[in-house]
Design a protein around this ligand. Structure first.
Ligand SMILES: N#Cc1c(-c2ccc3ccn(Cc4cccnc4)c3c2)n[nH]c1N
Length: 235
């Protein structure tokens, strides 16, 4: 999987050289490149924004630098790459979205700032490639970088070979539509709090049953909307 990120803060993504994704990059499973949008400007001040047509507060990102930056990544014609534009107006980012991104060969992330990117950038590239506006959640960020970091981490860890034990991906929150069960490790008693005895029983069937019950109970308590009425195991 190749990931290109266009942003005015390329060093923001230096952290991707660390941890799990750092190892995945070293193993060649994921390629990541961050591009500075200002490298595609031609004025002395490397200007990327201007006042909005129609008036209003804030500034809008100019289309021309975006066109040059994105063309430098996907070329001049049609492209099989997916262009992801983080936006408060986008579709919700979910675990299913992460799985879809993880299945892509090439994803280009366009990190806006200010009040956003001139709409014509999305409109133009939608004639040449698939474009998805995706929102991290129902709150307001100052730009797309934090959202893209979350999307890359959520999708990157699903790329085959990135996580050592793929089984660990199955029982996570949201992977099967339920929140994950509580986890415990040594010591068996900590500050007077005991590990649930079933987990010390060595009876794998009972442990699995208890964990599923915990998932359903936690989901019902914290995220009841995730429990679909006709879900067979939402009992
Ligand atoms: N994904 C995502 C987001 C963003 C987001 C993403 C990109 C940009 C580019 C600029 N801003 C500031 C801005 C603020 C208000 C209105 N319009 C734009 C962005 C916010 N906010 N919240 C999310 N879940």
């Amino acid at each position: 999987m190749r990931i290109d990120i266009v942003t005015i803060f390329p060093s923001f993504f230096d952290v991707l050289d660390l941890s799990l994704l750092g190892k995945a990059r070293q193993a060649g499973l994921i390629e990541v490149a961050a591009h500075d949008l200002r490298d595609f400007t031609h004025d002395r001040h490397r200007t990327v924004d201007d006042t909005p047509y129609g008036g209003g507060a804030g500034m809008v990102m100019k289309p021309a630098p975006w066109g040059e930056a994105l063309d430098s990544i996907v070329g001049a014609g049609e492209s099989d790459a997916l262009l992801v534009v983080p936006s408060p107006a986008g579709e919700p980012f979910t675990q299913a979205t992460a799985r879809e991104l993880a299945a892509e060969q090439h994803v280009v992330f366009a990190c806006g700032r200010y009040e956003g990117i001139d709409q014509r950038v999305v409109d133009h590239y939608a004639t040449r490639m698939r474009v998805r506006l995706i929102s991290l959640g129902d709150y307001v960020l100052n730009g797309g970088e934090v959202a893209v970091m979350a999307m890359i981490e959520a999708a990157g860890r699903l790329v085959p070979g990135v996580v050592g034990n793929p089984e660990s991906l199955v029982e996570e929150s949201h992977e099967d539509g339920l929140l994950e069960y509580p986890s415990y490790t040594k010591p068996a008693v900590w500050r007077g709090l005991e590990v649930p005895s079933v987990l010390l029983s060595g009876h794998h069937g009972r442990v699995a049953e208890w964990r599923h019950e915990q998932q359903v109970e936690r989901t019902r308590r914290v995220r009841p909307e995730l429990l679909d009425d006709d879900r067979p195991d939402a009992t």
